[in-house]
Write a protein that binds this ligand. Structure first.
Ligand code: MN
Ligand code: MN
Length: 463
């Protein structure tokens, strides 16, 4: 063996997925990305993602879960939790006390939520007050086109769906910023204070109700329009969940179209391939679950997040149907916590430690632990489980890489992994690297999402 051969044999050197896997894989990845882009454009919120995946599940023969039924091998079910999270399950050949295989991703993304009493008028402009959801850099949300999505429960209890600013010809919304000519004072603020939370006010109207004398005529006019369109009054905002999201569509990025730019890759870039894997798996040995959850971006609290018992309860019902206790199933179960990691950024490279960072186009990123400050707040996957997942991926030449979220003590972050691990399940994070994570327009690689899809399929097809 010469030096180069020995290096190839012994070194860990992740390579570009296109180089390793060739043209056919690139073209398959391109096709897969088309379906993903459509999903991104139709599912910008957790409610929309739930509805889209539910509809696709039904088209593919999944039926609504009946907790009191005993399911047989090959049956396909879905369970919707409060319209904001969904579980897909395919019943396997093996008994449940041999465990289930779980792929868990989240379908909520950072955004601006309307406050409970959002509408006001100032100097003949009507605006919405917002309270941001998840970790955002506030300055990124001004002076970009915005859309409004969500639901309103009216006084009589009826529900109205809202989606405005997405279709061609529909109005959009915007948050203003100071012009550079007058930005000297603002420029003295630190970047994180450049735009304050209470400055994230969305412009929603500018014309008065008739040219009558009186105050708040622009606000009145906006409410009149909303009343005509949705039948709502101002007090109905209290019982609403209205989310302001970027009005951008998903697009290819670069002359070679290798990347996709979009709002909400975190974590639809894992949720979509995890759902597709549940749809495409045929007669799995183990029972497989794709869990698409809500509330990850605010810490997984609440009854639609994975700190709640809803996933455990779903598995408990499955277990009960087979005369088992839920712990007998969970302790033998395995999970891929399907979430994104930060992709190395050549422009802002100082926050990364290059040997332990994921790169665009180098495949799915396996993140052994998340957390911050001495691994606090992580479940940290075991060497044994890492070994098993690595072997599984290598078996089918699924391109993978190692990732840590930035340098030690540079910051950090978490996923749902620890909440599932705390149920006595083996868990590791496996997902897709994202550039500009949590920005209104994030970037991923088509090859990486395709590798994630292949990883979830392989995970579900384990013998
Ligand atoms: Mn995430
Ligand atoms: Mn996130």
């Amino acid at each position: 063996m010469n030096t180069e051969e020995l290096k190839n044999e012994l070194f860990y050197k992740p390579k570009h997925a296109a180089v390793v896997s060739g043209e056919e894989t690139v073209s398959r990845a391109n096709i897969f990305a088309e379906g993903y882009k459509e999903f991104l454009n139709n599912a910008k919120t957790e409610r929309e993602a739930t509805a889209v995946i539910k509809a696709q599940a039904q088209r593919r023969g999944f039926v609504e879960f009946d907790p009191y039924k005993q399911y047989k091998q090959g049956e396909k079910v879905f369970f919707v939790n409060r319209d904001k999270s969904i579980i897909l399950a395919v019943i396997g050949k093996k008994p449940l006390n041999e465990g289930v295989k779980i792929a868990a991703a989240h379908i909520d993304s950072p955004r601006l939520d309307l406050k409970p009493n959002p509408l006001y008028e100032s100097d003949e402009l009507a605006l919405f007050k917002t309270h941001y959801y998840g970790g955002i850099k506030k300055y990124q949300w001004v002076a970009i086109p915005l859309a409004l999505h969500g639901v309103i429960i009216k006084a009589d209890g009826t529900k109205v769906d809202v989606k405005i600013g997405e279709e061609e010809g529909e109005p959009k919304f915007v948050i203003s910023d100071i012009l550079p000519h007058l930005g000297a004072e603002q420029g003295k603020r630190t970047l994180s204070e450049g735009i304050a939370g209470e400055e994230l006010n969305v412009i929603v109207g500018s014309l008065p109700f008739k040219n009558d004398e009186g105050s708040e005529l622009v606000k009145l006019n906006v409410l009149k329009l909303l009343n005509e369109k949705y039948g709502i009054k101002e007090a109905d905002f209290l019982s609403a969940e209205l989310e302001v999201v970027p009005a951008f569509k998903a697009d290819d990025i670069g002359f070679d179209r290798g990347l996709v730019g979009s709002y909400g890759h975190d974590d639809r870039v894992c949720a979509y391939p995890a759902a597709m894997a549940a749809f495409d798996v045929e007669n799995p040995e183990f029972t497989v679950l794709t869990v698409l959850t809500d509330k990850e971006e605010t810490g997984s609290d609440g009854n639609t997040g994975l700190q709640s018992d809803y996933m455990k309860n779903f598995i408990a019902y499955l277990a009960k149907g087979n005369g088992l206790d839920v712990f007998e199933v969970l302790s033998k179960s395995e999970c891929l916590s399907a979430d994104v990691n930060s992709a190395y950024d050549p422009t802002f490279n100082s926050v990364f430690e290059k040997n332990n960072t994921s790169f665009l186009n180098k495949g799915v990123v396996i993140t052994k632990y998340t957390g911050a400050r001495g691994k606090a707040g992580t479940s940290d996957a075991s060497a044994e489980y890492m070994g098993k997942i690595r072997r599984m991926l290598d078996e089918d030449n699924i391109i993978w890489q190692i990732g840590e979220l930035g340098k030690v003590d540079a910051g950090g972050g978490g996923t749902v992994a620890k909440y599932i691990a705390n149920l006595d399940v083996d868990v590791v994070d496996l997902g897709v690297p994202v550039l500009s994570m949590h920005a209104p327009y994030e970037v991923i690689s088509k090859l990486d999402i395709y590798m994630a899809y292949r990883a979830f399929v392989k995970f579900f097809e384990q013998k």
